[in-house]
Design a protein around this ligand. Structure first.
Ligand code: AMP
Ligand code: MG
Length: 338
């Protein structure tokens, strides 16, 4: 298929909505990463998402809506905590998990009886969903396993010829996928960290548990609360290794261990590393790190690095989201430099 490249003008959004209405897939910008959308009510349309991405059938999708009132029909109940969190953080980078109603086919949720829903803040995403008039299922618009796309060029690199259209809305502002929080139990349970932090959820809901899988490898045979967490994820071709310690310790380690063809992803101002470097933000600026991390992982492959040594981010606040993605890109390979 020939992929159409669209801008964000009214005629382009009308075309994108027309394609979605016809059961096709369209990639569009959100504030987190680019999403690959399809009509969430249609099992046939949603199947095209799984096919284009090469996504395992049991990895559930997030359904996107344009207004709070659109949530009710999709879910069996809206807990009071969800309403409070929506008042505080919707529209925005927060996905909430509810019990799924019959309106949405089970395949959207990878067979689970729950449903993940988000109301994005990006004006293009909202206008597109509004024009459709139906909920839009949209996982990240990348090939399954590769770094998430934060520009239309990233989408094109992964999915050109496999999807009906891409809307180019420029780079995404948050840069990592939405926070996922499960509200079907008593206490909000954070499955994936993102732009809305655990602290921000606690401030509204009083409590928030962080799932073990956010920072640890799942034990063999353990059931993933968030199925996406069990797959190798966000990974470039290069081998990724996290280096935890001071800048001086990293420089010393690399002087001893780095080889020809290796590179580093480091903090702004970390200039003394003895290999070619890219920077992804100041050490104390996790929002900047989030905005750049996926583009840097893609760039590592463009530059042909064999091993990419990454300065390990802090796990505080939004840093947890950056750390969670890098940990998976590195298949949990972290070197403690003391
Ligand atoms: P993506 O949109 O590509 O970032 O993927 C969405 C992720 O959200 C999945 O990989 C899951 O980890 C999580 N997710 C979506 N729906 C559910 C659900 N019903 N229960 C648990 N996790 C979910
Ligand atoms: Mg994804």
């Amino acid at each position: 298929m020939t992929t159409e490249y669209l801008d964000t003008g009214a005629a382009s959004l009308a075309r994108a909505a027309e394609l979605l209405r016809a059961g096709e897939t369209v990639a569009f910008p959100t504030e987190t990463v680019y999403g690959l959308g399809a009509d969430a009510r249609s099992a046939a349309a949603v199947a095209r998402i799984f096919e284009a991405k090469g996504r395992p059938q049991d990895n559930p999708l997030i359904v996107h809506i344009a207004a709070w009132e659109e949530l009710g029909p999709l879910v069996l109940e809206i807990p009071p905590t969800a309403q409070a969190l929506a008042e505080a953080y919707w529209p925005g980078p927060l996905t909430m998990i509810f019990r799924r109603s019959e309106v949405i086919p089970a395949s959207v949720s990878g067979g689970l009886d729950t449903l993940a829903v988000r109301l994005p803040s990006h004006p293009v995403a909202r206008e597109l969903i509004r024009r459709c008039g139906f909920p839009v299922a949209a996982p990240s618009a990348n090939r399954s396993g590769s770094p998430s796309p934060t520009t239309a060029a990233h989408v094109a690199a992964d999915l050109d010829g496999r999807i009906a259209a891409v809307i180019d809305g420029g780079p995404c502002s948050v840069g990592v996928e939405s926070t996922v929080v499960d509200l079907t139990g008593g206490v909000p349970h954070l499955l994936r960290p993102g732009g809305v932090t655990a602290e921000m959820i606690r401030a509204v809901a009083g409590a928030c548990e962080v799932d073990d899988a956010v920072t640890h490898r799942l034990r063999d045979g353990a059931r993933a609360a968030s199925p996406g967490m069990k797959y190798k994820h966000y990974a470039p071709q290069a081998r990724v290794i996290l280096l935890r310690g001071s800048s001086e310790a990293r420089a010393a380690y690399l002087r001893e261990h780095a080889q020809e063809g290796d590179g580093a992803l480091c903090f702004d101002g970390e200039t003394s590393l003895p290999v070619p470097t890219m920077t992804y933000g100041r050490e104390d600026d996790p929002a900047a790190q989030a905005a750049h991390v996926f583009a840097c992982l893609r760039q590592a492959d463009e530059r042909g690095f064999r091993t990419l040594y990454v300065s390990c981010p802090s796990e505080e606040g939004m840093g947890l989201a950056v750390y969670n993605r890098l940990l998976r890109a590195a298949a949990f390979e972290v070197i403690e430099l003391g």
